[in-house]
Each structure stands twice: as C-alpha cells, then as structure tokens.
Design a protein around this ligand. Structure first.
Ligand code: NFS
Ligand code: SF4
Length: 652
C-alpha cells in the first residue's frame, strides 16, 4: 500500500486522505489499489461489439500484430479492434462536449426570447462576430433577434447533414485545405458521432486507416464544432473572460459559512447559484441558521468557468471531489454533468453533505434531484442554496479544512491574450510571434486534461509544466491540469522569475503575465485552437498550425473527452503527448498509425510517454525541429548567448 504522501503532490489532498482513512471513507485513491486495470481492456484488445464474442485478441507473449495475426470470431484483426475501440472513445468524448455546447445554444435562444429569466446577453461584440461567422444579417436589427438567429444557427450545426461546419473557416487556410483533401471536414456534429457508432458496429468499417480518418472527422466536429460553440456562446451569455485573481485549493472552504460546491461542466446553472448565494433573502436565512455567510466554490470545469467570470474560488480538481466532502464543511455539492463520481452520495453519508443532481441527463442513486431548467433557473438555484443552508446546522463529525489556498491569475481568453500583448490600441499577436522569432520564447505548449489515480495526483502535470517553462516554453492550460498548476503556484506573474527560463521570464515580466496561462475549462481547448490560428495569421511562423513551434499534452488523462481533444489537436496539426497509459498498446500496427503514420496525413502525430520529464523533452525536441524548419533556430542561440553574457556581467 502506497503512503498518502506518494499519492499526491497536493498537500491538502494528502492531509484529507489521512482523515478519510481514519474515518473509513472510501475514495478513488484507495479503490484504485483494489481494482486493478484489466490488462486486456487496457491495451485495447477486447472487443464486445457483438454476441459472438466478447473476443479477447491476445497476441503470444513478446509478439506484435506485425508478426502474428490474431482475430475475433468474425475475423476482426487486432488493429481493427483497437481502432474501433479508439473511435468509440472519440465518439463518447465528442458527444459529451457537444451536448454541452447544444445546451448553451438552447439557453441563448431562450434568453434572447425572454423565456429564461436571469440570463442576458453579456458580450454583444462577440455575438456580432458570431453572426458574421454564421452569415446572419445584422443591420440595425434588435440584439435579441440576432441572438435568436445565432442560437438557431449554432443548433443547426448539430443536425446539419451536408456541407461544412461554419467554424472550420476560422482555421488557417492551409489547414482547411489539408482537411478537404483528406475528406475529413465535418459535415454536422451529430452526424459524425453517429457515423462512428455505425462504422464500428460489427461488420462495417474494418480498415483501421479508414476508421481513423473518420475518427479525426468526428474529433474535429468536437474541437471546431461542439466545444467551440460551447465556448463562444458561453462568452456571449456570461461574458468573455478577462484576467482575474483567484484562489485555489480546499483551504477556500470556510468552516463558519454555508459552503456550496458546484461541480461538473455546464456553467448554465452554476452562474445562477452564484447569484442566488448573494440574494439578501438567502443570506438572511443562512445567518438565522448561525452561519456567517454563503461561500460558493467550484470543482472540475464548472470551477474554471465561474472562476474566470466571477472570481469564485476553486476548491480542487477531479480527484479532490470526494475529499472536499471529507472536510466536513461542505453543506451541498451541486452537480450537473460529466466527471462526477458515483461514490459521492456514499461519501456524503458519512457526513451531512447533500448531493444534489440537477440535469435530467445525469442522475445518481442516493442523491437529491432538483431539476434545473433554464426557464426557471433562478428558483431552482434558490431551492438548491436553501437546501445547503438547511443542511448547515446538521454538520456532524470532525471538521478539518486544510490550510492550503494559493492565489493565481486566470481568465485568459484568446482575445485577452491578444489585448494584453499588443495593448489597447494595437491588440495583436505580433509581440508573441516576435518573441518566438527572436527566441526569447522557445515555443508554446498546451498542457491540459484530467487527474488519474493510477499516477501520483497533480505530480505529472506540475513536473511537465515546470520543465517546459524552465526551457522557455510558454504554457497554455485548461481543465484539471490548469487547477493542478494553479495549486502549485505556477500561475502568478512572480512564477516567471522563480521557475521560467531567462527568455520567457523576461517576456512575462515585461507584459505582466504568468508563464503558465489559464485559459479555462476543457471545452475552452477551442480557445487554444483559436490562439494557435491567430499566431499563424499574424505571420512569420509558417502558414499552418503544424508549422508553429508548438505541442500539446494530457499527462494525467482519464476521460474519453481527453482522447477526443487529443485527436482534434493532432488533426489540427499539433504534436500531442499523452501520459498514464495508452489505449491501443495491444496493436503495434494501429499504434504505429497514430504515432507515425498520421504525420504524412495531417502533419502531426500522437506520442505516449508517461514520464513527465521525458514527455516534456519530446515536446521541446519537436518545438526545436519546428524552429529549425522555420529558420529561426539561430536566433535562439543568440538569446542564450545573450543570457549567458548577461549573467557573466551580473556576476562581475
Ligand atoms: Ni476535462 Fe473537465 Fe477534469 Fe478531465 Fe473531467 S473535469 S472536461 S475531463 S477530469 S480535465
Ligand atoms: Fe468478436 Fe467480431 Fe463480435 Fe467483436 S465484432 S465481439 S471481434 S465477433
């Protein structure tokens, strides 16, 4: 059995794991010891797509499917089975992000029609830009009418059967051309996801390469479709994020307050809970029950969403959801969709915490269901906050809130990066590109994704990101990875001088940004696509995303959403490294297609490397190769020389 100090680098997590153990509370950390991963499923060699199986296509020890062929009952080979399983992960991930995007579009329409009290249009400028993207007439029409049309056009992207998704046109022209030549421009979001399920059904598409091409099409429908719709429309409804100071880790919970944790992904409800918690009636009720006030905090991507727009603190990332309850001070944990552990009601039984499910798509036995609809959001939010207040006097057991809480800066949309770098009057990516060209910044890395109890919590994210910034790579982050690095103190402007290489530190200090940039939730990975595109369009770094000195990673991934994200990064031209485990290791043939073969098709590929330092090195090597291809490798040598000279001078 591992020591708790080996399970996480996050001190609050280690502390509460001790409390959970003392109190006999089961958490994912301990269950991971008990439930070992099935080796056949782990390497993608199990097919259960029909009742002639399930078939386990195990190769003789030490042999690969390049040498020996093993098939299922229907004759499906190892690489086909591996490819089909991989595609089904993409389908599930793309579906999750996209269904989220769909809900936002529906809410925008309802809000514009005045059928969703509490919601309004916060970013008219972005709405106008979207109207242009969708070819909607603006003229001097009322803003509400335009919003209804934008919402409807966004919804139509899901059911569109032919043609191309509208946001594809936001990508660099060269990238669009690559997609068109390969025939992988998504037609409609739902269509590409459904087609994965069809193609991977028994006896349909059995050519791994053909399967993978379609997998990319569906993944692109996520990144440049469902996720991008989610991000853009949320900006319209809730405002485009701007840099904001936040606090993170379980120390943000307040023992003398009613604590409401919002956990999940869709900010539609959590935005209303934030408002309900400020309602004088609710505050009075909380005081009447003996509380000093109402404290809202977030977990997972919901946390990232409301942090960026309201400065609401983040209690923790994915693996801290159960531990938040173990503090004994969480009065209600409100969940919507995705990444919510079914164990929560069971953990809550040991305390007084109310687990409240709110989406008709996501119910959990043992939880209280208070269904949330946008037309009655304010009342649902108040009912939830009231339930938390009523639970407050029933706190039982020992209260233990870890003292750990870290300040950080978040809220970097791709628009605010542009603005921060270029200033008010000439906002542009020019300064970023220039600093990459002159070598102060070596390149850019997107480090994103989950936690996974199969590896030390947060440790892989933090080690990788530290290694990258030490080597002058500017890091863009989202999701639970962003929360991990915020907790580690990497998201303050001061972190630049402490952790970044000389060149990157100099740029960060001049502009006043951290070396690690928080860009939001996982659907906001679409912001990273937009930032990469803006860099290409600014000029001087090639004419496609694949020309940029850039790389991506999800070092502690666990969800199917992460696979979809990784695949749309790769299909968009970004070299992408995953850690923990790799779901196609059972087939050397299919793995080679992902790790090598994709390069000639989309000019980017996957890599698998669980060691964070080695993975960072792969990313840096890739960045350096791209610098060389662009002919800007010499500039960096000069900068390094300058730095060395400067240090020498300083030493005198
Ligand atoms: Ni992304 Fe966000 Fe976290 Fe992973 Fe889950 S919360 S959508 S899937 S675990 S990063
Ligand atoms: Fe076995 Fe083929 Fe059926 Fe899969 S589809 S379970 S490999 S028979």
């Amino acid at each position: 059995m591992a020591e708790n100090t080996d399970r996480s680098v996050c001190p609050a997590t280690v502390q509460l794991l001790g409390k959970a153990q003392q109190e006999g509370v089961s958490t994912a950390f301990f269950r991971a010891d008990q439930v070992k991963p099935c080796p056949i499923g782990a390497d993608g060699s199990c097919c259960r797509n029909c009742a002639m199986g399930p078939c386990r296509v195990l190769l003789p020890r030490g042999k690969s499917d390049l040498e020996v062929e093993v098939t299922g009952v229907c004759g499906a080979t190892t690489d086909t089975i591996s490819a089909r399983n991989f595609l089904r992960m993409i389908a599930a991930g793309a579906a999750a992000h996209s269904d989220h995007g769909r809900a936002v579009a529906e809410t925008l329409i309802a809000a514009a029609k005045g059928e969703a009290p509490g919601y309004s249009i916060k970013d008219e400028y972005k709405l106008m830009k979207l109207a242009l993207d969708f070819g909607i007439e603006v003229g001097d029409r009322p803003i509400e009418d335009i919003a209804v049309d934008v919402g409807r056009a966004a919804l139509a992207q899901f059911s569109q059967q032919e043609g191309e998704l509208a946001f594809i046109k936001k990508a660099p022209l060269k990238r669009q051309e690559i997609w068109r030549n390969l025939g992988i421009v998504p037609r409609g979001i739902d269509r590409e996801i459904v087609e994965i399920m069809h193609r991977t059904h028994m006896g349909v598409d059995q050519d791994p390469e053909s399967l993978l091409m379609h997998g990319m099409r569906a993944a692109l429908a996520d990144g440049w479709g469902g996720s991008m719709i989610g991000t853009e429309l949320q900006d319209v409804l809730f405002g485009t994020p701007q840099p904001i100071l936040g606090q993170v880790n379980l120390g943000v919970l307040k023992p003398d307050h009613v604590n409401v944790i919002v956990h999940g992904h869709e900010p539609l409800l959590s935005e209303m809970i934030v408002l309900a918690a400020e309602d004088p009636e609710m505050l009075a009720l909380a005081r009447a029950k003996g509380a000093q006030g109402i404290n809202v905090a977030g977990i997972c991507c919901t946390a990232n969403e409301i942090l960026m727009r309201h400065g609401i603190p983040i209690a923790g990332n994915f693996l801290q959801q159960e531990l938040a309850i173990v503090t004994g001070v969480v009065d209600a944990m409100v969940v919507d969709v995705q990444c919510i552990m079914q164990s929560l009601p069971k953990v809550a039984q040991c305390y007084h915490t109310r687990i409240i499910t709110t989406s008709n798509r996501a119910r959990i036995p043992g939880a209280t269901h208070i269904e949330f609809h946008e037309h009655d959001a304010v009342n649902a939010a108040k009912a939830i906050v009231r339930a938390a207040i009523e639970a407050f006097p029933h706190r039982t057991g020992r209260v233990e809130v870890p003292p750990h809480q870290v300040d950080f800066v978040a809220g970097f949309s791709h628009e605010t990066i542009e603005y921060l770098l270029g200033g008010v009057f000439r906002s542009s990516y020019r300064p970023l590109n220039d600093n990459i060209i002159n070598g102060r910044i070596r390149g850019v890395a997107g480090v994103v994704g989950c936690n996974n109890p199969r590896v030390e919590h947060d440790a892989v994210h933090v080690a990788m990101v530290k290694e990258l910034i030490k080597n002058d790579v500017l890091v863009l982050q989202t999701g639970c990875s962003a929360i991990a690095c915020a907790k580690a103190g990497l998201m303050t402007p001061e972190a630049a001088s402490q952790y970044a290489g000389g060149g990157l530190a100099e740029v960060c200090e001049t502009v006043g940004i951290p070396p690690v940039i928080h860009m939001g939730s996982c659907v906001d990975n679409s912001r990273i696509l937009m930032a990469a595109t803006a860099m290409v369009k600014e000029g001087g770094l090639g004419d496609d995303i694949s020309d940029l000195p850039a790389a991506g990673a999800a070092p502690e991934w666990m969800s199917e959403k992460a696979i979809s994200i990784g695949q749309y990064f790769v299909a968009s031209g970004v070299f992408t490294v995953f850690g923990v485990t790799w779901p196609t290791t059972g087939s050397e043939k299919f793995s080679r297609l992902l790790f090598e073969g994709l390069e000639e098709k989309v000019k980017a590929r996957w890599a698998y490397e669980p060691d964070p330092i080695k993975a960072a090195k792969l990313m840096i090597e890739h960045i350096d190769a791209k610098r060389k291809a662009l002919g800007i490798d010499k500039a960096r040598e000069r900068v390094l020389y300058d730095m060395a000279m400067r240090r020498e001078l300083e030493a005198l």
